[in-house]
Design a protein around this ligand. Structure first.
Ligand code: ZN
Length: 113
């Protein structure tokens, strides 16, 4: 802890959550294409450490590609909030009420309620 900046968060402290769209799409139907959107922790140093909040290891050998904060969007694309991530968000990060990211963040916030 720095005496010079006593209010500075520790570098590994989690200060925010960000949407993370996982590819490929999980469904294609008449409503369009559905992508699953998870939550990822944002540390005070700007890094996004660890697995998705639901526990899926996004760096594992069987992991699919993903996009932090962005991803595929458009009129025929839907974002599907991961229920496991939303459950962990409510339980472990109740003080964080907004999600970063331009793709899927609004859908995650709506799912949280
Ligand atoms: Zn998830």
């Amino acid at each position: 802890m720095s005496a010079r900046w006593p209010d500075a968060p520790a570098a590994r402290e989690i200060v925010a959550l960000t949407a993370c769209q996982q590819a490929p799409p999980i469904a294609r139907d008449t409503d369009g294409v559905l992508y699953l959107v998870h939550l990822v922790r944002v540390a005070a140093n700007g890094g996004t450490p660890g697995p998705f909040l639901c526990g899926v290891d996004r760096f594992g050998p069987d992991a699919t590609s993903w996009s932090i904060g962005g991803g595929v969007s458009g009129p025929a694309v839907r974002q599907g909030p991961c229920p496991g991530c939303v459950t962990r968000w409510r339980r472990d990060y109740p003080g964080i009420t907004e999600v970063r990211g331009s793709v899927g963040a609004a859908e995650l916030m709506a799912a949280r309620g």
